[in-house]
Design a protein around this ligand. Structure first.
Ligand code: TPP
Length: 353
């Protein structure tokens, strides 16, 4: 992690502007998603990553196009930064046919193979072994593609963490594990759920070295992840990176936030990753008067269009209920696997019987 007084040098102007623009898009997209949830346009759960944009953009921009990214249920930003169409991401939240997963996944289960975004996952810690699988697949295929797996500080205490670190180190898998330490696992503060709060250290006994970055600083996150990915790719050495960050909103949309004070939130908001990065770009003359406002207006326009697209997109047809479902034939009987009354579409009558 870079010294706060000595920030890392900025990338070239075009790259710097793109990072700011992408963080703004994610912020505006998430804010609107929250509004759409309040209007009941979005069903199920909705977890926003507002405040974590630098951690998202910094790590993803360290990836090559053919690398894999896998994240959690807090994954709208990961899809957007990977290049998923904002219209399709919003339509997925709305549960519509035009969604990234044709409306089947919703907020927690974004997936975009073309952009090698291998999904959001609802099970805490469930994505770590899957990431190891991608690493193993890269080995089998003889490619030098690397995988980046993001998860939260709460997930580091799941059994899957130790199991995955062990195999990743043993099999020399090209995977970087990024623990997004936003200080809380739901309503439980880091020091209340972890005896050892130095999370980047937690892989060492398994043979996975650790690094730390300032997850409120997009440049620092990028540089640390780039180095970690290089190590994973060329030395076949998995690395654990800890990004220190903070989520400004509740865990999900139904969170009274009784576990933290408003003062603490305000204190972290002073380090808002978008505002601080825009200031740096202004000081470096990379953006001028009115540029940030224009970029923000552009982001709002993209989000407006995404909402219009999502609203106009139809709900999936009832006949498509069994599309893309695993069917195990004779091995499993019952409604939960396949409608045994025949190959024809049964339109769901008797469901629940
Ligand atoms: C195996 C499992 N246990 C519990 C839950 C319920 N749950 C959803 S999110 C969450 C907190 C996880 O916190 P963290 O890993 O720090 O990620 P963050 O939400 O902060 O991004 C829990 C306990 C779950 N989804 N999966």
């Amino acid at each position: 992690m870079a010294d706060q007084a000595q920030p890392r040098p900025l990338p070239d102007p075009v790259t710097s502007r793109e990072w700011l623009q992408t963080m703004m898009l994610i912020r505006r997209f998430e804010e609107r998603a929250g509004e759409m949830y309040a209007k009941a346009k979005v069903g199920g759960f909705l977890h926003l990553a507002i405040g974590e944009e630098a951690a998202i953009v910094g790590c993803a921009r360290a990836l090559r196009d053919d690398d894999y990214l896998i994240s959690t249920y807090r994954s709208h930003g990961h899809a957007l930064v990977r290049g998923s169409n904002p219209d399709a991401v919003m339509a997925e939240l709305f549960g519509r046919e035009g969604g990234l997963c044709r409306g089947r996944g919703g907020s927690m289960h974004m997936f975009d193979l073309a952009n090698r975004f291998m999904g959001g996952y609802g099970i805490v810690g469930g994505n770590l072994p899957i990431a190891a699988g991608f690493g193993l697949a890269s080995d089998y295929l003889g490619t030098d593609d690397a995988t980046l797996c993001t998860f939260g500080d709460g997930a580091i205490n799941q059994g899957t963490f130790g199991e995955t670190m062990n195999l990743a180190a043993l099999w020399k898998l090209p995977v970087v594990f990024l623990v997004t330490n936003n200080q809380f696992g739901m309503g439980t503060a880091l020091e209340r759920h972890s005896a050892n709060t130095d999370l980047q250290e937690r892989g060492q006994s398994f043979g996975v070295p650790g690094m730390r970055c300032d997850g409120m600083d997009v440049v620092d996150t990028y540089e640390v992840c780039r180095e970690a990915l290089e190590t994973a790719r060329t030395e076949r050495q998995p690395v654990l990176v800890e990004a220190i960050t903070y989520r400004f909103r509740g865990h999900s949309m139904a969170d009274p936030e009784e576990y933290r004070t408003k003062d603490q939130v305000e204190e972290w908001r002073k380090r808002d990753p978008i505002i601080t990065f825009a200031e740096r770009l202004r000081e470096a003359d990379i953006i001028g008067e009115g540029d940030a406002e224009q970029m923000d207006a552009d982001a709002v326009k993209v989000v407006d269009d995404a909402v219009a697209f999502a609203d106009a997109s139809p709900f999936p047809a009832l006949e498509s209920l069994y599309d893309d479902i695993y069917v195990l034939g004779d091995q499993l009987k019952g409604w939960y696997s396949v409608d045994e009354r025949g190959a024809g579409v049964q339109k769901g009558e008797d469901i629940g019987a």
